[in-house]
Ligand binder design. Structure first.
Ligand code: COA
Length: 182
């Protein structure tokens, strides 16, 4: 079995690990880097923004010292902007935030060549199942059927469709996952 080393990091480690994060992103999303929303610069700007949120956390998985994947996110604040782009009706109680209810999983990516070996599932569980929040949410690109199927297999359920407020943002499936009591 592959020996993976997992580091839990806070916002203060983002700038120190930015080259590794950028390298992982470039390798994983090479097919879409030429779209403005998915460009490396925009991705890094989003990560720096997420890192300003209280409770931001990322886990980095490495094999033989080389980063092979990461998962990151932050807890949604009260009146979270996250839900403002919903394009389908949802029951209001589903999107009420109190600052402690929901952890937003903003990115989960595994370097090509290391996908399908259980590393994504491991980093996903390592981040989410150690969090104090009661549930998690993520946005899966409407064109990313493979990721959607994997998330559904891991217990996520769709509550609606969403397009973030940026003009060039894609349409997403909005998913939630109940987290175990700790
Ligand atoms: C999606 C991603 C994070 C998954 O990570 P991974 O390391 O490849 O996934 P794992 O090997 O841990 O697990 C894959 C699981 O899905 C299953 N699976 C694989 N392909 C599948 C498919 N097409 N349909 C359904 N299930 C699938 C596997 O059997 C495995 O199940 P298990 O965890 O119950 O054993 C990774 O493939 C990735 O980085 N993709 C590119 C970036 C991306 O799309 N990120 C998600 C953005 S929303």
């Amino acid at each position: 079995m592959t020996q993976i080393v997992i580091e839990h990091c806070g916002a203060d480690a983002v700038s120190a690990r930015e080259d590794a994060i950028k390298d992982l992103y470039t390798a994983t999303y090479q097919d879409v880097l030429d779209s403005s929303f998915h460009s490396v610069e925009r991705f890094l700007a989003r990560i720096r923004g997420y890192a300003k949120a209280p409770g931001f956390e990322f886990v980095l998985g490495s094999v033989n010292g080389q980063p092979v994947g990461l998962a990151l996110g932050y807890p949604l604040p009260t009146e979270a902007r996250w839900w403002r782009g919903l394009t389908t009706p949802v029951e209001p109680g589903l999107i009420e935030e109190d600052g402690t209810r929901t952890f937003a999983l903003c990115e989960l990516m595994i370097r090509p060549g290391w996908q399908g070996e259980g590393i994504g599932h491991r980093l996903h569980d390592e981040l989410l199942f150690n969090r104090p929040e009661r549930r998690a949410t993520l946005l899966a690109d409407e064109g990313n059927d493979k990721a959607l199927q994997i998330y559904e297999q891991w217990g996520w359920r769709e509550i609606g469709k969403l397009q973030p407020s940026w003009l060039d943002a894609p349409h997403f499936h909005a998913l939630v996952l109940d987290l175990p009591d700790r």
